[in-house]
Design a binder for this molecule. Structure first.
Ligand SMILES: C[S@@+](CC[C@H](N)C(=O)[O-])C[C@H]1O[C@@H](n2cnc3c(N)ncnc32)[C@H](O)[C@@H]1O
Length: 227
C-alpha cells in the first residue's frame, strides 16, 4: 500500500511513523508513506496557500488551486482521496478495514478555517475522527494511517486484530499478565486452567458483558456469537 499525505505542516509528521509497528511495516515494505507540503504546489509568486473568506469572517481559507495541484500530482487510477474534515463521515473500525484493502490512499489535511468548498469536487470521501474540532487534519490523518497499517497483511498477527474491540460488534475481553496476584486481585482461574474451549467461552461472555455495560449501542448492530 502507498499513503500520500498532503499537509501544510509536514514537520508535524517527524518521528510519528518512525516508531514501533508503523516503522516495522515500512521496513518490511508493507506500506510506503510519503508526506507532501501543499505549499510546494502553489504556483503564485509568494507560495501563498490561503486567503480571507469572501463575505467576511475571521480565519483563513485554503485556496483551491494548490490543494488541487497537490492531489493531482499524486493521484493514480488506484487512489482513494480522503479529505479530513469535521463535516465528514465519522471514522470507525469497519472503514479502517475497507481502507486497508486499497492500494493507494491520499489523505488531505486542512488547517485554519478549512478548505475552499470547491475542492470537495476532487475528493472521493470526507472523514471526521469525531464530533470535535481540531486545529488541523494532521492528527486525524495520523489516526487513519495508524489504524489502517496495523491491519495490513503481515504487519501484526491476524488473530490479534481480529479479536480487537469493534470486531463482531463487541469490545475486547479483559486481558491479564504476570503476576497472578496483584495487590489481592487475582487472575481469573479459567485463564490459568489451560482449557482452551472454556477460555474461549469465558472471553466471549466477558466481551458481551463489557459491551452491554459500556457500549450497548454496538450490540444492536448484529451478530456477536463468535470471536
Ligand atoms: C479548524 S478546522 C476547520 C473547521 C471548519 N471551520 C468546520 O467547522 O467545519 C481545520 C482543519 O482541521 C481538520 N479537522 C478538524 N477537526 C477534524 C475532525 N474532527 N476530523 C477530521 N479533520 C478535522 C480539517 O482538515 C479542517 O479543515
Amino acid at each position: 500500500m502507498k499513503i500520500d499525505i498532503l499537509t501544510l505542516f509536514p514537520r508535524m509528521f517527524d518521528h510519528i511513523f518512525e516508531e514501533s509497528i508503523i516503522k516495522r511495516a515500512q521496513e518490511k515494505n508493507k506500506v510506503t508513506i510519503v508526506i507532501h507540503d501543499i505549499r510546494d504546489f502553489a504556483t503564485n509568486k509568494h507560495k501563498k496557500v490561503d486567503d480571507y473568506a469572501f463575505g467576511g469572517g475571521k480565519g483563513m481559507v485554503l485556496m483551491p488551486d494548490p490543494v488541487y495541484q497537490a492531489i493531482e500530482a499524486v493521484r493514480t487510477k488506484d487512489s482513494l482521496v480522503i479529505m479530513m474534515t469535521p463535516q465528514g463521515k465519522v471514522y470507525h473500525q469497519k472503514l479502517a478495514y475497507e481502507f486497508s484493502q486499497r492500494k493507494h490512499l491520499i489523505l488531505l489535511c486542512g488547517h485554519y478555517e478549512g478548505f475552499d468548498e470547491r475542492i470537495r469536487k476532487f475528493v472521493d470521501l470526507e472523514i471526521s475522527v469525531g464530533d470535535y474540532v481540531l486545529t488541523g487534519g494532521e492528527i486525524p490523518s495520523m489516526i487513519i494511517v495508524d489504524s489502517v497499517v496495523r491491519l495490513l497483511d503481515g504487519v501484526i498477527q491476524k488473530d490479534s486484530h481480529q479479536n480487537d474491540s469493534f470486531q463482531h460488534h463487541l469490545l475486547d475481553y479483559p486481558v491479564y499478565t504476570k503476576p497472578v496476584n496483584f495487590m489481592g486481585m487475582k487472575v481469573p482461574d479459567v485463564l490459568l486452567s489451560g482449557h482452551h474451549a472454556n477460555i474461549e467461552k469465558w472471553r466471549l461472555e466477558e466481551s458481551k458483558k463489557k459491551t452491554e455495560q459500556r457500549r450497548p449501542d454496538l450490540l444492536e448492530k448484529g451478530d456477536t456469537n463468535e470471536l
